[in-house]
Design a protein around this ligand. Structure first.
Ligand SMILES: Cc1cc2nc3c(=O)[nH]c(=O)nc-3n(C[C@H](O)[C@H](O)[C@H](O)COP(=O)(O)OP(=O)(O)OC[C@H]3O[C@@H](n4cnc5c(N)ncnc54)[C@H](O)[C@@H]3O)c2cc1C
Length: 381
C-alpha cells in the first residue's frame, strides 16, 4: 500500500540525509565499530546540514518545526545503512523535548544553539545498576545546598555516555517522597566530581558509546534544573517516554523492512537443489508472512507519528507500537538469518550484524514486559 505520511519537503530532506550518510558515515562505520565510538566531527557535520533539533526555535539555530516526520526520516535513513553507532535519534527524538519544552529562556540560550549545531551532544541517565524498569527505585540523590544541588550516585547503560556534553540526570531531591521527590538536572561535561566509567562492551551496536556515569559530590547549579520546582521529574519523564518509544518503533520497522528486502534478494540468487531457495514453498510462505506483518506495523507506526504531531499519542499507543514492532523486528531478523544459511552467521553479511544490533530493541526504552504492563493497566485492573 502507498505510504502517504510524507510531503514533498520530507522526501527532499531524505535525499539530503541519504547523500550525507553515504558520504560521511558509510565509509567509516566499520572503523567506528572497532573504535567503540563515533567521532564528534560527524555530529558537527550533521548539525551543519540541519539534521538536529527540528523543533529548536529558529532564534536558537533550529528549524522551528515541530514535525516528527523529519525525525523519522533521519532515523529511517540511519537504520537503512545499519549505522547503529550514531546516537542521533537519542539526541533528536528523545532529548529534544527535554531541552526545547522544559527549559527556561536562560537555559535555551545556553544550550539550544549547541544542541542544534551538534556541538553539544546530549544523553539521559535514568538507569542505575540496581534499577531499570523500576525507575522509582533509583538511588542517585541531589540534595539542595543553597543555589546548588549536590549530586551523588551512579548510572549505567547510558547511550552517548562518553560523547555527551549535557546529561539529563534523574535524581531524588527528596528521597522520602517517592516519585514526587524526583527531579531532572542537567549535568555538564567537566563539572567537578562527574566522571565516566567504562564504555561498555555490548553484543551489538559496537560503534555506540554506552557507558557508566559516576557522580561524586557534583555541585550542579539550581539554574540547571529542568522545570520550575523540585519533584517534577517523574511527570516530565512520563510525558516524554511515549515519543522515545515511538522512535524505537520507527527504527524497528525500518530495520525490519531493510533486512526483509535484502533477504528477498538473497533468496532469489541463492541456489539449492537446482533452484533458487525462494522457490521453496517454505521460503515463500515465510517471506509472505513477514512482509504482511511489516506492512501492518508500518501503517500503525505511521499513524502514531501523525498522532504525535497532533499531540494525541497516548502512552498506551506508544507502548503497543514499541513492544509489537521490536518483537517483530527481532523475530523477522532471526528468520531471515535462517534463510541465509551459514552465510547468515557470517558478520560480513548485513543480516548477521542486524541480528546482533537489534537484540536490545525489546529491552531499552522500557522492556516488552513493561510495555504490556502499561497496556494491561489501561483496562483498569
Ligand atoms: C544498549 C543500551 C542502551 C541503553 N540506553 C539507556 C539510556 O540512554 N539511558 C538510560 O537511562 N537507560 C538506558 N538503558 C537501560 C534500559 O532502559 C534498561 O536496561 C531497561 O529499562 C531494563 O532495565 P534493567 O536492565 O534494569 O532490567 P530489569 O528492570 O532488571 O528487568 C529484568 C527483567 O525483568 C523484567 N521485569 C521487570 N519488571 C517487571 C514487571 N513489573 N513485570 C514483568 N517483568 C518485569 C524485565 O522485563 C526484564 O525482562 C540502555 C540499555 C541498553 C542495553
Amino acid at each position: 500500500m502507498r505510504r502517504d505520511l510524507f510531503d514533498e519537503e520530507h522526501l527532499l530532506f531524505r535525499e539530503t540525509v541519504r547523500e550525507f550518510l553515504t558520504r560521511e558515515v558509510v565509509p567509516h562505520h566499520a572503523q567506528w565499530e572497532k573504535d567503540g565510538i563515533v567521532p564528534r566531527e560527524v555530529w558537527k557535520k550533521a548539525g551543519e546540514l540541519g539534521m538536529f533539533g527540528f523543533s529548536v526555535p529558529e532564534e536558537f539555530g533550529g528549524a522551528g518545526i515541530t514535525d516528527f516526520r523529519y525525525n523519522a526520516v533521519v532515523l529511517e535513513e540511519i537504520t537503512r545503512i545499519g549505522a547503529t553507532g550514531l546516537g542521533f535519534s537519542l539526541h533528536n527524538d528523545v532529548m529534544a523535548p527535554y531541552f526545547v519544552d522544559l527549559t527556561n529562556e536562560e537555559q535555551k540560550q545556553r544550550w539550544l544553539p549547541g544542541f542544534a549545531s551538534g556541538e553539544l551532544i546530549t544523553a539521559i541517565a535514568m538507569t542505575e545498576p540496581g534499577a531499570g524498569s523500576d525507575l522509582q527505585g533509583i538511588r542517585t540523590t541531589a540534595l539542595r545546598e543553597g543555589d546548588h544541588y549536590v549530586v551523588n550516585g551512579q548510572k549505567t547503560f547510558i547511550t552517548n555516555g562518553i560523547n555527551s556534553d549535557l546529561v539529563v540526570v534523574v535524581a531524588k531531591t527528596d528521597p522520602s517522597a517517592g516519585a514526587r521527590g524526583t527531579t531532572l538536572l542537567v549535568v555538564e561535561r567537566g563539572m567537578a566530581g562527574f566522571s565516566r566509567g567504562r564504555n561498555l562492551e555490548k553484543i551489538g551496536m559496537h560503534a555506540q558509546d554506552t557507558a557508566e556515569l559516576f557522580f561524586e559530590n557534583v555541585h550542579v547549579p539550581v539554574a540547571n534544573r529542568l522545570g520550575d520546582e523540585d519533584g517534577q521529574g517523574f511527570v516530565q519523564l512520563m510525558h516524554n517516554l511515549p515519543q522515545e518509544r515511538l522512535s524505537i518503533a520507527v527504527g524497528a520497522v525500518a530495520a525490519a523492512e531493510s533486512v526483509l528486502e535484502t533477504t528477498i534478494e538473497y533468496c532469489k540468487s541463492r541456489k539449492a537443489f537446482g533452484k533458487s531457495i525462494g522457490q521453496f514453498q517454505n521460503t515463500r510462505f515465510l517471506l509472505a508472512e513477514l512482509a504482511t506483518e511489516v506492512e501492518i506495523a508500518r501503517h500503525y507506526v505511521d499513524k502514531c507519528i501523525v498522532a504525535l504531531n497532533a499531540g494525541e499519542l497516548t502512552a498506551v499507543d506508544a507502548a503497543k507500537a514499541k513492544w509489537w514492532t521490536t518483537e517483530l523486528q527481532t523475530k523477522l531478523i532471526d528468520r531471515c538469518l535462517q534463510l541465509h544459511g551459514g552465510y547468515g552467521y557470517m558478520l560480513e553479511y548485513p543480516v548477521a550484524k542486524a541480528w546482533l544490533d537489534s537484540r536490545v530493541q525489546t529491552i531499552y526504552g522500557g522492556t516488552t514486559e513493561i510495555m504490556k504492563e502499561i497496556i494491561g493497566r489501561s483496562f483498569g485492573f
